[in-house]
Design a protein around this ligand. Sequence first.
Ligand SMILES: [Zn+2]
Length: 150
Amino acid sequence: MAKLFSSAKTTDEVFPVQKSPEEWRSCLTPMQHAVLREHATERAGTSPLNDEERQGVFCCAGCGAPVFSSATKFESGTGWPSFFAPIAEQAVGEREDRSLFMVRTEIHCAQCGGHLGHKFPDGPAPTRMRYCMNGAALAFVPEGEETPDK
Ligand SMILES: [Zn+2]
């Protein structure tokens, strides 16, 4: 299944968090692995994080780094968790994605390079950006709870 939606393979960029393909397979669920490591896109409306309305932090499901905050989450109606900005500019990286006959901006975790989703220029104020994320690539930590230690 994942193959169908897979896009361009990741690059030679070196990220602070490095794991072998075997290590990634063993520490992620098959869905997390398909999204984070193989650039799959989860089916719209399948992530419980779509409806997550508590205050808190969305961490990368691969390495636990904080990547988005509930403060920038909005209901986009797309069926994917959407944000108008990352938690910090350096928290995510961007790359041009020319797969599926489109030019899109791919968004990945700056710590482990895990694929998170795409960015589109049709979001709300103040940034007018829409970070369309895969819930499977995120781990939500409600305010007051410890962030996962991976
Ligand atoms: Zn990560």
